[in-house]
Design a protein around this ligand. Structure first.
Ligand code: G
Ligand code: G
Ligand code: MN
Ligand code: NA
Length: 253
């Protein structure tokens, strides 16, 4: 309960910050995007990971001001690397409860315009479960976001209910293959087949595909051989401060 009161103050008192994890082109190593991940520097408890406070934030509705802050901050960060690499996008995770709110659109428009960031440089990451609850209003909202140029990624793909019919309805631009499958390749035949299938499915739907949680060279070789074009994971870079990401971007060929 005390943590709730603390969390209420965290946004206003500037205790949140973002880390950025690169998403790379598997063939060249070029950074294509960076996922923004929120952290909380708690005055007494130290650094808290999202797993420690996001469930609480969801329960209390505090996730909304947090997500809004993240969207604004991520757009400001991306604006600082836009001059150097105009094609590199920033990805933010959006809570299911946020997706249900009509004002998500206004938030995104304000954040991109305010930062001087092109809408196509922002990707919203949504989980399957958030999308599956999707009413017609949610689908309309996603279409409006797409019309504005915002990119839509389906995060942790394969772990939700995976009703394939929703892939036909959701105006996504990319699929992120959940790291639980990537962790088990190339040895596990079923995991391998799953990564293969999702990659082919993405191709058929004209969606970009990102393998998440690539940690080893063997996993990298396997996802590349399967034909997946982008990857994210400790093999390419851990979540790190904006300054570090800017260094990585500066070094790109
Ligand atoms: O950063 P970490 O590796 O611990 O992330 C754990 C989880 O928290 C991930 O599933 C990620 O999607 C989620 N997460 C991280 N940052 C945010 C955020 O700003 N908003 C929301 N809604 N979820 C986030
Ligand atoms: O659910 P989402 O994909 O948004 O979660 C991102 C989370 O995955 C973050 O907590 C991030 O720290 C974590 N992550 C990123 N790369 C790797 C990896 O290579 N291995 C593992 N185990 N976790 C990773
Ligand atoms: Mn994500
Ligand atoms: Na994910």
């Amino acid at each position: 309960a005390e943590l709730i009161a603390d969390l209420r103050r965290a946004v206003d008192e500037g205790q949140l910050h973002l880390e950025f994890q690169p998403i790379v082109d598997l063939a060249t190593g070029t950074v294509r995007s960076a996922e923004a991940l929120v952290r909380w520097r708690h005055p007494q408890l130290g650094m808290l990971s999202p797993a420690r406070f996001l469930p609480l934030a969801e329960e209390t509705g505090l996730i909304l001001p947090i997500d809004r802050w993240v969207i604004h901050e991520a757009c400001r960060a991306a604006a600082t690397w836009q001059d150097r690499v105009p094609s590199a996008t920033v990805a933010v995770n959006i809570a299911a409860s946020h997706l249900r709110r009509p004002d998500l659109i206004a938030t995104v428009v304000e954040a991109t315009a305010g930062a001087g960031l092109a809408p196509r440089a922002l990707t919203l990451e949504l989980t399957e479960s958030a999308l599956i609850e999707g009413s017609d209003a949610v689908l309309d909202r996603l279409s409006q976001l797409r019309e504005l140029g915002i990119r839509i990624a389906i995060d942790d793909f394969g772990t939700g209910y995976s009703s394939l019919s929703y892939l036909h309805r959701i105006p996504a631009t990319e699929l992120k293959i959940d790291r639980s499958f990537v962790a088990r390749i190339p040895e596990d035949n079923r995991a391998y087949a799953t990564v293969e299938m999702v990659t082919r499915l993405a191709g058929a739907f004209d969606l970009a595909v990102v393998a998440e949680g690539v940690e080893t060279d063997r996993q990298h070789d396997a996802v590349a051989a399967i034909g997946c074009l982008q990857g994210q994971g400790y093999r390419y870079g851990r979540p790190a401060a904006l300054g570090e990401l800017r260094t990585v971007l500066a070094q790109r060929r």
